[in-house]
Ligand binder design. Structure first.
Ligand SMILES: *[C@@H]1O[C@H](CO)[C@@H](O)[C@H](O)[C@H]1NC(C)=O
Ligand SMILES: *[C@@H]1O[C@H](CO)[C@@H](O)[C@H](O)[C@H]1NC(C)=O
Length: 400
């Protein structure tokens, strides 16, 4: 009965979700916003301003230094790329100083390196940073994006009456579809609403920002984790191949997270089947953070083909257990400590705590701190977690 019900839900979910063949696993890439915000003064901050040189530099590094090979294939320009005025034909114009070659040439460059180009716009009259938005120009803008060979649109929701989202975002998605160009559609629609209609959102968007913008701090990462856990019963129903909840960018490698905290974000975002959108200066990132971003085993959890979003399944002693079911019958299980008292904390978890059945498991430590261990049928699983840190394992049943 339970199995039939699941099959029914799966059918329902595939019938009612966006069918553009894209984002069958959570999108991976790099986005300007969290690290570079709206830095537009290229004289003062030549390495950081939102510009074609930043995008090209990042594209080169992604192609050369293993990021593309690991799966990070979208490079996305967030807000602050536009001129403040449209041209005489009402077309958007990229900032003439900072993007002198224009977006089409930039897309060609990015494609030439084997990556895809994403770009930001806003459903309102203006973007959140005050540049021209699409409202009133939707058709011409979608046509322009397609002509520029853009592969991914992040559509924000500033400066528009929230009652317009429920019809506006689908209408914009329909225009994208009509271009015939495969374009990933990232929506900010639910982040601006109190009671979002997720069945509609999952039908029209490949990914959607549910909640507040992330900041470069542990407090922000923790707050987002908490919100996703509190709302997980509702949210997990809408995640699956082609359509994903988006807890926002990875802030790994910037100023605010310790290495342990960076590992927590990477682990929990993987359990959440979240888009992995780095926002960091890849030219200066420290090697230990790069290693976290490029961890193949953790990325494999994130990109698991079953596409089932995991959940927080236990809390206690200021620690949390997160569990995600994987396509091969394994479970990815993260033991997170929110403790700040000092000395690694020893956590003992029962099979019930971890929400897995009593079997013998091969246990692999995904951050490679420990060798493979075996978990006995009777036994409890014991692990030792650093303050504001994580131990992240894959549990694979080896006996029935
Ligand atoms: C447009 O929508 C149809 C129907 O859902 C789908 O089959 C097709 O792949 C979509 N095309 C693009 C380019 O998104
Ligand atoms: C959600 O949107 C769908 C259309 O996609 C509609 O059929 C349904 O009635 C909406 N639900 C609510 C609660 O408004």
């Amino acid at each position: 009965m339970k199995i039939l019900w699941f099959m029914f839900l799966e059918l329902l979910s595939s019938a009612l979700s966006l069918d553009n063949g894209l984002a069958l696993t959570p999108p991976m890439g790099w986005l300007t916003w969290q690290r570079f915000r709206c830095i537009t003064d290229c004289k003062k901050y030549p390495e950081e301003c939102i510009s074609e040189s930043l995008i090209k530099r990042t594209t080169d590094i992604m192609a050369k230094e293993g990021y593309l090979a690991a799966g990070y294939n979208y490079v996305v320009i967030d807000d602050c790329w536009l001129e403040k005025k449209r041209d005489a034909n009402n077309r958007m114009v990229a900032d003439r100083q900072r993007f002198p070659s224009g977006i089409k040439a930039l897309a060609d460059y990015v494609h030439g390196k084997g990556l895809k180009l994403g770009i930001y716009q806003d459903y309102g009259t203006k973007t959140c940073a005050g540049y021209p938005g699409v409202l009133g120009y939707e058709e011409i803008d979608v046509k322009t994006f397609a002509e520029w060979d853009v592969d991914y649109i992040k559509l924000d929701g500033c400066n528009v009456d929230p009652s317009k989202y429920d019809t506006g975002y689908p209408a914009f998605g329909k225009l994208l579809n009509e271009t015939g160009r495969p374009i990933v559609y990232s929506c900010s629609w639910p982040a601006y609403q109190d009671n979002p209609n997720y069945s509609s959102i999952a039908k029209y968007c490949n990914l959607w920002r549910n909640y507040e913008d992330i900041d470069d701090s542990w407090a922000s990462v923790k707050n987002i984790m908490q919100w996703f856990a509190e709302n997980q019963d509702e949210l997990v129903r809408y995640a699956g191949p082609g359509h994903w909840n988006d807890p926002d960018m990875l802030v790994i490698g910037n100023f605010g997270l310790s290495l342990d905290q960076a590992r927590v974000q990477m682990a929990v975002w993987s359990i959440l089947a979240a888009p992995l959108l780095m926002s960091v200066d890849l030219a200066t990132i420290r090697p230990e953070f790069k290693e976290v971003l490029l961890n193949e085993d953790v990325i494999a959890v994130n990109q698991d083909p079953l596409g089932k979003q995991g959940m927080r399944v236990w809390t206690g002693s200021d620690c949390e257990i997160w569990n995600r079911e994987l396509a091969d019958g394994s479970y990815a299980i993260a033991f997170v400590s929110l403790r700040e008292d000092g000395a690694p904390f020893t956590l003992e978890a029962s099979f019930d705590d971890m929400k897995i059945s009593k079997k013998i498991y091969k246990v692999k430590d995904l951050y490679n701190d420990e060798k493979t261990t075996f978990c006995d049928i009777q036994g409890k699983f014991e692990t030792r977690i650093n303050p504001t840190g994580v131990r992240f394992y894959k549990f694979t049943p080896i006996c029935i």
